[in-house]
Design a protein around this ligand. Structure first.
Ligand code: AOF
Ligand code: ZN
Length: 327
């Protein structure tokens, strides 16, 4: 399953609105003979890719998949039938498919005499590569991660507005790697005016990574002439988070990163449309300076947006905190 997760990570960011699934096929002796990840929309599912590589060695073998194999005719034929036809004897999957049209795969496989085991590394997959898609499958809305970098006292810039670079190079590199595995990045028009971001995913030498997310700017005002995003971004002239998310879902966007600024973050928080907060907290104190969010809809302590911390790690000298708002 660890190898299947690696396969899913390899295709993450290229499959939406389909889930990035990974599959490994073992032969009857337990040797890995086929690896596969979901192809871009309309293309083959992970199981079909792995079975293709395994060829006749799949006979009597095991398929390990991050998602329950589909049992429906969608854009592609059902993976259950491909597994049965290839002579697979055992299937192990991490997460059951919540999509009613594709679910039922485990049952279909068992009826064909295949043993099925569910739930292996379920949490790793559900909180990792399939997280955004599972949210989208349940709610119909793209999953939104709000990411910011702040000082230990919660400032995202100094008093004079200078902000390059609060977080360390290690943290900035992590963000670029993350951008390359996403569908879209949202910023507000204020951020375009202040920072003129390109919102591309780049390597350490500044070269673009192979997969680029859709840059999205939200807000009523026009983008300044000459802004890097002027011709590349989708400009949605609305501040309403639900309208933004509906427009993005209509374009097949599932996994969204909200990168700023404070006003847009406030609007999404007030609407309850932040699904995860990813904070890079640098060991620096700025004293004065703007905060990461403006008007989160909190006027008294009982209104506080409470979160549950999922994970805390060091990113170079910075703290990286992943937290989920309590509902
Ligand atoms: C799998 N393996 O690799 C993926 C699955 O329209 P289709 O035919 O591409 O089917 C899309 C649905 O299939 C999707 O909503 C999800 O339930 C499942 N995705 N299933 O067995 C895969 N990507
Ligand atoms: Zn399938």
């Amino acid at each position: 399953m660890v190898l299947a997760i690696a396969e899913s990570e390899r295709v993450r960011g290229t499959t939406s609105p389909n889930p990035p699934v990974g599959c490994v096929v073992l032969d009857e002796h337990g040797h890995a003979v086929g690896f596969g990840g979901t192809q871009p929309i309309g293309g083959a599912h992970a199981e079909v890719m792995a079975l293709k590589e395994a060829g006749t060695k799949a006979r009597g073998g095991t398929a390990i998949v991050t998602l329950e194999p589909c049992s429906h005719y969608g854009r592609t034929p059902p993976c259950t039938e491909a597994l049965i036809e290839a002579g697979i004897k055992h299937v192990i999957h991490a997460v059951s498919d919540p999509d009613p049209k594709a679910a039922g795969g485990a049952k279909r496989l068992e009826e064909a005499g295949i043993t099925v085991e569910s739930g292996l590394l379920e949490n790793e997959v559900a909180k990792g590569p399939l997280r955004a898609w599972l949210h989208y499958a349940r709610t119909g809305r793209p999953h939104v991660t709000w990411k910011y970098a702040a000082s230990l006292d919660g400032r995202i810039a100094a008093q004079d507005g200078t902000s390059q670079w609060i977080s360390s190079e290690t943290s900035r590199k992590q963000v670029h790697d993350m951008r390359a595995k996403l569908d879209a990045i949202i910023v507000g028009t204020n951020t375009v005016r202040k920072d003129d971001p390109a919102l591309t995913a780049r390597d350490a030498d500044g070269m673009p990574l192979p997969h680029q997310p859709l840059p999205v700017v939200v807000g009523m005002s026009d983008l300044p002439g000459g802004a890097k995003l002027q011709h590349t971004a989708l400009h949605l002239r609305t501040h309403d988070p639900d309208e933004v998310l509906t427009a993005l879902a209509g374009r097949g966007v599932v996994d969204v990163l909200l990168e700023g600024g404070a006003t847009v973050a406030g609007a999404f928080l007030r609407a309850g449309r932040i699904d995860r907060v990813l904070a890079y907290v640098a060991p620096a104190i700025l004293g004065n300076g703007p905060a990461a969010v403006v008007d989160a809809g909190v006027s008294t302590i009982t209104d506080a947006v409470r979160l549950t911390v999922e994970d805390v790690t060091m990113s170079g000298p910075d703290l990286r905190i992943s937290a989920v708002p309590q509902i």
